[in-house]
Design a protein. Structure first.
Length: 384
C-alpha cells in the first residue's frame, strides 16, 4: 500500500477539506493526515479540541491521523513544515498533496532553488532591515527577482514543505493542488466553500455555517456548540497576562521573541485588562498578527528558543490519534519503529528520556488548553 500524506488543521473540517481529501485519495492507497493538536499555526488555540477534530477527520475518510505536537504546530511556516514533513517521512509516505494558490509544483521547486542563491539572500536581508515581517520580506525578495510572481499564504507553505523534504533528505514526492474559489483568510463563501477563518467567525457570532460543513462534521460541531466547548485566543488572556507579568525575566528566552519586545508585552499586560485593547497595542507593521499570536501561545505554554532548536534536529515521536481498518493494516508494517506511539503504557520503554520530556511538554500544553476548554483525553487511538 502506498501512503499519501496531507498536513491539516481541520479547524474545523469543512467542504474544502473534503475536496482536498478526495484528491489525495487518488494519489495512493492510504491517506495519512498530520494534524495540529490543541494549538494551530496562525498562533491560535484550536476552535475544537484535538480529539474531536481527529474524529471529524476519520469520519470524513482519513485513514490514519497523527498529531503535530504544539512545539511544531504553533510555529512559523518553516518549523511547522519541518515537523509535518519529518513525521510523514517516518510514516514512509510516497507523496504529499498540498493545496496552494498556484498549484504549480514545478514553479515552487524553482523558487526553492532561487531562495538558495546569494542574490535572494541579500535582498531578503535588505527587506528585513526595512522593517518588513519575514513572510512579507521573503515574498517581496522573490518578486524582486521574478517580477511576475505573486505568492500567497498557501504558496509560501508549499515552498516550506518542499524545503523541508530537502531538509530531511526525504524521497517524498510533492503534489500541488490548486486552491479553488476562496482564499486562506477570506470570509465570504462561494457556493458551498468557505475558508476555516470565515467559518470560525460565523460560529463565534452564532450564525449559520452548515452549508460549508460536511454532515459528519456537523454532528460533532452541533454537540460541541450546544455544550459551549468552542474556544478562542481571548479566552486565555488571563493566563497569558499572568505568565507575562509573573515570568517577565524569562520572556527573552521565549521562541520568536525579538530583543526588547518583552518590555512592550509587559507594559501592555500591566495596563490592559481587556484582551482587545492589549492586542491592538502590541501589533505593528513588523510584528504581524500571526507572529504576535504565536508569541502569546509560546508564552502560554512556555515554548522556548532552546526547545525549538532541539525539535529541528530530530522528530522525537509520532503519536497516532486514530485509524481506519485500512490504516491499521498500513501501520502494521511500521510496528518496529519505536518512535510511533499507539499506546501510552509503553512510552517509558520506547522513548528516550529526552524524547519523553518532549511528549510530556505537549501533554502539559494540552492540560493548559483544558483549563479553559476541558475535554476527555484518550489513551489509545480512535478506531473507525
Amino acid at each position: 500500500m502506498e501512503g499519501v500524506g496531507i498536513v491539516v488543521e481541520y479547524n474545523p473540517f469543512h467542504n474544502g477539506h473534503k475536496y482536498h481529501l478526495s484528491m489525495a485519495k487518488k494519489a495512493g492507497d492510504v491517506v495519512i493526515g498530520v494534524m495540529s493538536g490543541d494549538y494551530v499555526q496562525r498562533g491560535e488555540v484550536a476552535l475544537v479540541n484535538r480529539w474531536e477534530r481527529a474524529e471529524m477527520a476519520l469520519k470524513n475518510g482519513v485513514d490514519i491521523l497523527v498529531e503535530l505536537p504544539s512545539f511544531y504546530s504553533c510555529q512559523s511556516a518553516e518549523i511547522f513544515a519541518i515537523g509535518a514533513i519529518g513525521i510523514l517521512d517516518i510514516l514512509e509516505v510516497k507523496h504529499i498533496v498540498f493545496g496552494s494558490e498556484s498549484g504549480d509544483v514545478k514553479e515552487l521547486l524553482n523558487l526553492v532553488e532561487v531562495g538558495e542563491t546569494s542574490e535572494f539572500k541579500e535582498k531578503l536581508l535588505e527587506n528585513l532591515k526595512m522593517g518588513l515581517s519575514y513572510p512579507s520580506a521573503y515574498s517581496k525578495s522573490l518578486k524582486e527577482i521574478n517580477q511576475n510572481l505573486e505568492l500567497k499564504s498557501n504558496d509560501i507553505l508549499g515552498l516550506e514543505y518542499i524545503k523541508a523534504i530537502k531538509y530531511w533528505k526525504s524521497n517524498i514526492n510533492p503534489i500541488g493542488l490548486k486552491r479553488e474559489k476562496v482564499g486562506f483568510y477570506e470570509k465570504i463563501g462561494i457556493e458551498n466553500i468557505m475558508s476555516a477563518t470565515g467559518i470560525r467567525e460565523l460560529i463565534k457570532n452564532g450564525k449559520d455555517f452548515k452549508d460549508y460543513i460536511p454532515e459528519p462534521s456537523k454532528e460533532i460541531l452541533d454537540e460541541i456548540i450546544k455544550n459551549k466547548k468552542i474556544t478562542f485566543l481571548e479566552n486565555y488572556y488571563y493566563l497569558i497576562r499572568y505568565n507575562i507579568i509573573n515570568n517577565y525575566d524569562n520572556l527573552k528566552n521565549i521562541q520568536d521573541m525579538e530583543i526588547g519586545y518583552e518590555n512592550k508585552l509587559y507594559e501592555m499586560a500591566c495596563k490592559y485588562e481587556n484582551f482587545k485593547d492589549f492586542f491592538e497595542n502590541i501589533i505593528s507593521k513588523r510584528m504581524t498578527i500571526g507572529r504576535v499570536q504565536r508569541i502569546l501561545i509560546h508564552i502560554l505554554i512556555n515554548l522556548t528558543k532552546d526547545l525549538t532548536k532541539e525539535i529541528k534536529e530530530e522528530i522525537p515521536y509520532v503519536r497516532v490519534m486514530g485509524f481506519s481498518q485500512k490504516g491499521r493494516e498500513y501501520l502494521k508494517r511500521l510496528k518496529d519503529d519505536k518512535r510511533i506511539i499507539t499506546s501510552m503504557k509503553n512510552i517509558k520503554k520506547t522513548l528516550s528520556e529526552n524524547n519523553r520530556e518532549k511528549f510530556e511538554f505537549n501533554e502539559k500544553a494540552s492540560l493548559i488548553y483544558k483549563m479553559v476548554n476541558n475535554y476527555e483525553d484518550r489513551k489509545i487511538p480512535i478506531m473507525y
